[in-house]
Design a protein around this ligand. Structure first.
Ligand SMILES: *Cc1c(COP(=O)(O)O)cnc(C)c1O
Length: 344
């Protein structure tokens, strides 16, 4: 890996970040807060939230096995996807490499930031080699995006391939593990201490059932987390979100229960789908959704919409012709879907 200073945009490296009132006072116990021009009334919403979300990070640290100082919290993964562009990539000069097809936000954020996006097409098993990814890089490639389990394909990207990329690439490798709670393999985040150029993305939106509160996270070296913190909005995680996250994190066993049910349902729904005449191929999945190739994706999508059942039509995506991406729902929802498809 190159020196972080050489990877980072100069203006960001040199940036003196905004110092909030709550940043400057720290450690001491205090009870009279006259530093932030807040209103003393309307408790508890009158106070600015903790800009570095110490409580939430402490709880997450225990559950994820990552030291709090290696955690960045964002307004959804969306923020953790956008920030690396703003930190590392010079608009109009630098580029990023990503597997294709994958999650759409990596390209949207590249476009917003005016950064060249270099997609590397997966093979017919939705895998890629380290050589292919590295061949797409040049001296201005700052980031490589790997989503594993990948959205929309559902499969894990081969572990040795990812390791290989991490060992050989001189820039930052971002591994989006939004769906790792549903996967059989150990998540890559456990290898954080041995890969200084690795950034792992996680989210409260999927297994944790908290998409509404918008809480995403990045796990990385303290140096990289420091850069994220420097560039983020000072109070990027609002108090309601922090409070609700703490509530949810109290009960990881509830999440384990949900995941278990969803995995059982995944097996059941896939088995039932295999029996349908419309099903051409079901792709292996390690997530809470699966990709299925059908006889006519658009027609089946429209048919389901008319019944008030919405799946994701991925027909237009490269390597996903006539594919639908179907999320595993509750038992009742899955039954309704299967019933509808049986009478198609
Ligand atoms: C759903 C999803 C996320 C979560 O995004 P949030 O902004 O945290 O809700 C992140 N990455 C991938 C690949 C996803 O599919």
């Amino acid at each position: 890996m190159k020196d972080l200073k050489d990877l980072c945009r100069k203006n960001i490296w040199d940036l003196a970040p905004y110092s909030s009132a709550r940043n400057e006072y720290s450690g001491h116990s205090a009870h009279v807060f006259l530093d932030a021009n807040e209103n003393p009334y309307n408790v508890p919403f009158n106070r600015y939230p903790d800009p570095l979300q110490h409580e939430v990070k402490k709880a997450l640290s225990k559950i994820k096995g990552i030291p709090a100082e290696n955690i960045f919290l964002g307004n959804g993964s969306d923020e953790a996807i956008d920030l690396p562009y703003r930190i590392f990539c010079r608009p109009g000069i630098d580029n990023v490499v990503a597997i294709e097809p994958t999650y759409g936000m990596y390209k949207v954020c590249a476009d917003i930031n005016n950064i060249e996006y270099r997609p590397v097409l997966l093979d017919e098993n939705y895998q890629v080699s380290a050589d292919q990814l590295l061949a797409a890089c040049n001296e201005n490639t700052k980031l490589i995006w790997i989503c594993s389990p990948n959205n929309p394909t559902g499969n894990l990207i081969d572990h040795d391939t990812i390791e290989n990329v991490l060992d050989r690439f001189q820039g930052i490798v971002i591994i989006d593990e939004a769906y790792s709670d549903f996967a059989a393999e150990r998540p890559m985040r456990v290898e954080l201490p041995i890969h200084p150029n690795m950034v792992i993305l996680n989210t409260m939106s999927k297994a944790w059932g908290c998409a509404a509160i918008r809480l995403g996270m990045a796990f990385a070296s303290t140096e990289i987390v420091g850069l994220f913190n420097k560039v983020k909005y000072p109070y990027n995680i609002n108090q309601l979100t922090q409070k609700q996250a703490l509530e949810a994190l109290k009960d990881p066993f509830e999440v384990e229960k949900w995941v278990k049910i969803l995995l059982t349902e995944r097996t059941r729904v896939i088995a039932a789908m295999k029996e349908l005449k419309i099903t051409k191929r079901i792709y292996p999945t390690e997530a809470n959704f699966f990709l299925v190739k059908v006889t006519d994706a658009q027609a089946i999508y429209n048919y389901l919409v008319n019944l008030g059942i919405i799946v994701r039509n991925r027909n237009r995506i490269q390597l996903c012709g006539n594919c639908l991406r179907i999320t595993i729902g509750s038992k009742g929802e899955n039954e309704e879907l299967l019933g509808a498809l049986r009478s198609y």
